[in-house]
Design a protein around this ligand. Structure first.
Ligand SMILES: *Cc1c(COP(=O)(O)O)cnc(C)c1O
Length: 388
């Protein structure tokens, strides 16, 4: 059969049926699985059989979630984690050793930054940061012990865009791994493996679930690399719960339609903000004013759900804007049906020193909006009254 389209794969991948012939996947809330006899038990543990043994290793619900994401990202295999950060941590821990070095973009998720700065030094793993607007400096940062280039695109919270194809070429040239946190784009908008990434990480907590219910993470890529991550993870135990995996598999079935509307609403909000006198600047990858607009259009199907802007009047004006918000949620999450406004400088990126924030492009008056699925007129009305 002809290669199925994204939406079809999201819905029709892996519908294993039990003896009850259910149409929607059941939940396998079980910690372990039983064996037929002594030989089955021996062969299963010897990995001569591809079957479930214990839910720390695998479970039908996490397998369904993994299979769907692999289909969406064009990956061979994956492992599902209890959170996005456990995916990030386990991927690094499985592939890096003492003495290794990582080159990373400076504009990354706050907890990933803390992992590099607070914990990597204890395990003698070095890192060097490049600034998002200076990709020409990356090559000079690569050392003989560099094992990995790590980046996010679009970045959080500044929605800057990195050239994934250029990063892929650089990684090949220097024989290092390229690992992309694709959380902001989702596999619907962008598939980094096509641009030369070796592994793709997601926080399933964000647009993948899309309804703010569960924490989840996943790493996908080649069978060889994922096997290393699997070996580490089946021992250390960051596995996703079967219930949350079941939720995620259902959520992925509506990913395309949800993300389409998120992007449509976000673009309309960004265009509205650009016309407001109370705003210093607006950033959204699919606004023509975005510095990497052409690149964003090349890499991504649409701009994503996050819009960043700065209210005139700095921190004080920013605080007033947040206090005036009525409909939208003041929260740190993103990619939810409900629109969320966040003040990165005092929340998600408060652990960064002021100069580190400045280098990551996070100003005191910066506002991050995760545009939800409410009617766009109501989203704009709330922001308009909060500005006025
Ligand atoms: C939220 C997020 C993470 C971490 O995911 P959790 O599920 O909260 O652990 C990692 N990377 C990015 C880009 C994120 O937005």
């Amino acid at each position: 059969m002809k290669q199925k389209k994204f939406e079809t794969k999201a819905i029709r991948t892996q519908t294993e049926r039990s003896k009850f012939l259910e149409h929607s996947s059941p939940i396998y809330l079980t910690s372990s699985f039983v064996f037929e006899d002594a030989e089955d038990m021996r062969a299963s543990f010897a990995e001569e059989k591809d079957r479930n043994i214990y839910s720390r290793y695998s479970n039908p619900n996490s397998s369904e979630f993994i299979e769907k994401v692999c289909q969406m990202e064009g990956a061979e295999d994956g492992f599902a984690f209890a959170s996005g950060m456990s995916a990030v941590f386990s991927t690094f821990a499985a592939l890096l050793s003492s003495g290794d070095h990582v080159v990373s973009c400076r504009s990354i998720f706050g907890s990933t930054h803390s992992l590099f700065t607070q914990f990597f030094p204890r395990w003698n793993i070095g890192h060097s940061y490049f600034n998002i607007d200076e990709p020409e400096t990356i090559e000079a940062l690569i050392q003989p012990n560099t094992r990995m280039i790590f980046a996010e695109s679009p970045t959080n919270p500044g929605v800057d865009i990195l050239d994934l194809g250029a990063l892929g070429k650089l990684a090949r040239k220097h024989n290092v791994l390229l690992v992309i946190d694709n959380c902001f784009a989702t596999p619907y908008l962008q598939q980094p493996l096509k641009f030369g990434a070796d592994l793709v990480i997601h926080s399933g907590t964000k647009l993948m679930d899309g309804q703010g219910r569960v924490l989840a993470g996943i790493t996908v890529g080649s069978r060889e690399l994922v096997d290393k991550i699997y070996r580490f993870s089946r021992i250390t135990g960051p596995a996703l719960s079967p219930f949350n995996a079941w939720i995620l598999s259902r959520s992925l079935e509506t990913l395309a339609v949800r993300v389409d509307r998120h992007c449509e609403n976000a673009l309309k909000l960004a265009e509205f903000l650009e016309s407001q006198p109370e705003i210093n600047w607006v950033k959204y990858p699919f606004l023509p004013s975005h510095p990497k607009h052409e690149l964003a259009k090349k890499q991504m199907k649409a701009g994503g759900c996050v819009v960043a802007f700065e209210v005139k009047g700095g921190l004080e004006a920013g605080r007033k804007f947040f206090d005036n918000i009525r409909l939208l949620s003041l929260s740190a999450n993103l990619g939810d049906t409900r629109s969320i406004v966040t003040h990165p400088a005092s929340t998600t990126h408060s652990k960064l020193a002021p100069e580190e924030r400045a280098e990551s492009g996070i100003t005191d008056g910066m506002v991050r909006v995760s545009v939800g699925l409410e009617h766009i007129d109501d989203i704009i009305a709330d922001i308009r009254q909060a500005l006025g």
